[in-house]
Design a protein around this ligand. Structure first.
Ligand SMILES: [Zn+2]
Length: 373
């Protein structure tokens, strides 16, 4: 355990006191179990490359039936540090003994506005009904419970994991023994959404360390995002997310709208490109281009690289409009929007629904502007 009572009955957290002070108290038998009041001794520490902690000398503590693993202790310590960083104004305590429900939360967060969050780090197997009992007890006590699973259980197909997934929509696995502590987020995706994710991942947002697969119970398989604990964000309501995952989900929703749109929409496109294309590029190049396209989507097809089509020979008015568009693009190139960059931006636009034709339009126009020197 990471918390003991000191000589005056004050809570003493292992990592938060000078080692020499703790050693002295330990030798003087002045550290006590907060639960059974038995004498505790100091164990582990940096010299032994293990988590510094307190342990009963012998005999079982009625409150802890099994030997606590290094992984579990380390996990509680890194989770508390992360939660303190996430909630600087809240009180974050380790091994908090809660009268209601009658149990010890691994880490407990108490917000100034009264919201409370219990974080449980589960490294050992857990029966489904035991998980349900604890989850319901927290809910009845109006405490949000967040379950984080030891990475040692990542490949176990356990009913309690499935229950956590169903209640929160997300599985969080933690390996606190790595430095920095690593996290895997796993959640289910339909086959269709999975394909869209994979298409998204081939675009500019390749930074996401994403793999498919990973059991998510009867929901089948999902995606797993590998990241560090420090990158995770948590809301006061206990909802955990990763900024890249949130950005991806947002883009997926927009992409879905674009796929089933009747026509190309400026604002929808701007919203989709918000994170990957500069505001300048959107305002000064893409929006005017999209307006020109919408006013006459067939212009470049009729122009057909200056050859016209069999049904429609080239009109002088069309030739002049294309020439003006090319002059405009060359002007933009001198303003810092070179054609190569325009091609890259065109590739950022999803090739779906009515947007596919707009992508071809941009590519064709850039080709014309480059050849009309
Ligand atoms: Zn005890």
């Amino acid at each position: 355990m990471l918390v003991a009572y000191g000589p005056e009955g004050q809570p003493v957290v292992a990592d938060e006191r000078a080692l020499s002070q703790l050693q002295k108290w330990s030798q003087q038998r002045q550290l006590f179990c907060p639960n059974c009041r038995a004498v505790l001794h100091l164990r582990g520490g940096p010299a032994r490359r293990t988590q510094l902690h307190f342990a009963h000398r012998k005999g079982e503590c009625p409150w802890s039936t099994e030997e606590e693993s290094e992984r579990h202790m380390r996990g509680k310590a890194v989770l508390a540090a992360w939660l303190r960083q996430q909630f600087p104004a809240a009180s974050v305590t380790l091994e908090e003994r809660l009268p209601e429900p009658n149990r010890i939360a691994d880490v407990f967060v108490s917000h100034a506005d009264g919201q409370r969050l219990a974080v449980e780090f589960q490294c050992a197997p857990l029966e489904l009904d035991e998980w349900q009992r604890r989850h319901q007890a927290y809910q009845q006590a109006a405490i949000t419970d967040l379950w984080i699973i030891g990475s040692n259980r990542r490949d176990k197909q356990e009913a309690f994991q499935e229950a956590i997934l169903e209640s929160s929509g997300l599985l969080i696995f933690l390996d606190p023994l790595l430095t920095p502590a690593r996290v895997w987020l796993r959640w289910p995706l339909s086959a269709q959404a999975l394909q869209a994710w994979q298409e998204e991942s081939t675009g500019s947002a390749r930074t996401l360390d994403l793999s498919t697969g990973g059991w998510v119970g009867r929901l089948g398989y999902g995606v797993t995002l590998s990241t560090t604990l420090a990158e995770l964000q948590i809301s006061a309501q206990g909802e955990v997310n990763h900024p890249l995952r949130a950005a991806y989900e947002r883009r997926l929703r927009l992409r879905h709208q674009m796929m089933f749109a009747n026509h190309v929409d400026e604002d929808l496109l701007a919203a989709y490109l918000y994170n990957t294309v500069s505001a300048d590029m959107i305002e000064r190049v893409l929006r005017p281009l999209l307006r020109a396209y919408r006013s006459d989507p067939e212009l470049l097809r009729r122009y057909n690289y200056g050859r016209g089509t069999a049904e429609q020979p080239l009109q002088e008015a069309d030739r002049q409009r294309v020439a003006r568009a090319c002059a405009w693009l060359r002007h933009l190139a001198r303003q810092g929007f070179p054609p190569e960059r325009l091609r890259e931006v065109a590739q950022e636009i999803p090739f779906v629904g009515p947007y596919a034709a707009f992508v071809r339009y941009i590519e064709m126009l850039v080709t014309l502007a480059q050849s009309h020197h």
